[in-house]
Design a protein around this ligand. Structure first.
Ligand SMILES: [Fe+2]
Length: 341
């Protein structure tokens, strides 16, 4: 195991959106986020990029879900490139590190010939660096912020506090993992291990007729296969999914966008809880995109929450049995790698 780049601890996923006001409401409704800190970065708050600013809204639901919504304001703004090829969606993971780690990271990037997408100097006092990691990490963007400069990002002035009073539609536990569509699982595993120091990945082979009992896409029964793998380090927990033969959510994502972050997994709940929530979800434009069944273990779902959340697909697991991990033959250590515990 390599120790990897000195990027510090995972903090949150950043989602690039077209309309930050609409996205704040949708994410509040889905996740039960009651409080957003809205900031405008432009002019002298963004030295060097005065005319190429962006909007940021940070929200947390108090149970381990923290999201940042970003809306670029000009064609050359930070995050505008992502929006022009991908539209809305999960763009990058944000980690926070010490100034000492940041100095080490700069040295590592130079030694390994890894470039920078942008370097921000927020309010002229807080450094934030987006690493040119997408080509190396299957579309995953990485932004690293120095935590101990000027009190860190959270102490930067807030322009507006936006509050909502929604209960989440579904129970929201925490962020278990983020799923990334990759073109080649083995190559992606090797890259995540060498660049970020991930430990061993837990591989799973998914195929209707063997490990999967059935899969349906928008209600239509399909053939589906994928090679996936899970691992976790420093608060980062990822599932890497290489689409196989047949149809599926990963296959559709790959043909539309190539590689990248495809799903966000916050909920394990009883089937009756999901069933009871579906009418309200439908009222908000959310439909079941894909349903997979592993007899005796679980039903798993991808919800088409793109319009509500801003290009983000949600995974929900409904176990058939309290010991669903045991039924799958999974140890506690393996459960940890998929984000449990
Ligand atoms: Fe997943």
């Amino acid at each position: 195991m390599d120790s990897g780049l000195a990027i510090g601890e995972f903090h949150h996923i950043a989602v690039v959106v077209s309309n930050i006001e609409t996205a704040m409401r949708g994410n509040s409704l889905f996740f039960g986020i009651r409080h957003w800190e809205f900031r405008r970065f432009e002019g002298d708050r963004l030295p060097g990029l005065e005319d190429n600013g962006f909007l940021s809204a940070m929200g947390s639901n108090g149970s381990g879900i923290t999201l940042e919504l970003l809306q670029p304001l000009a064609p050359n703004s930070p995050h505008a490139a992502f929006r022009s090829w991908r539209g809305e969606g999960m763009s990058h993971a944000v980690s926070r590190c010490t100034a000492e780690q940041f100095a080490e990271l700069e040295k590592q990037l130079e030694q390994q010939g890894i470039g920078e997408v942008h370097r921000l100097n927020l309010y002229g006092k807080l450094r934030s660096l987006q690493i040119e990691s997408r080509p190396l990490l299957s579309g995953l963007g990485l932004e690293v912020q120095v935590i101990d400069e000027a009190g860190g990002f959270d102490s930067l002035p807030v322009d507006r506090v936006v509050e909502y009073d929604f209960q989440s539609i579904l129970p929201v536990d925490k962020l278990y993992h983020v799923g990334i569509v990759v073109n080649n699982r083995d190559r992606a595993i090797a890259n995540f291990q060498s660049l970020l120091g991930f430990p061993e990945f837990l591989p799973l082979e998914l195929e209707v007729g063997s490990s999967l009992s059935s899969v349906s896409l928008r209600g239509e029964t399909i053939d589906h296969a994928a090679k996936v793998a899970f691992s976790r380090i420093n608060g980062f927990c990822f599932e890497l999914m290489e689409p196989g033969p047949g149809k599926g959510a990963y296959q559709e994502f790959q043909s539309q966008y190539g590689e990248g972050m495809q799903h966000y997994f916050p909920t394990i709940c009883d089937q009756s809880v999901l069933d009871a929530a579906l009418p309200q979800l439908r009222d908000e434009g959310v439909e079941v995109l894909l349903e997979g069944v592993i007899d005796g273990v679980m039903n798993y779902y991808y919800l088409d929450t793109d319009a509500l959340l801003g290009g983000v697909t949600i995974e929900v697991i409904c176990p058939h049995d309290a010991d669903w991990m045991g039924e799958m033959g999974m140890t506690r250590e393996q459960g940890y790698l998929i984000g449990l515990g």
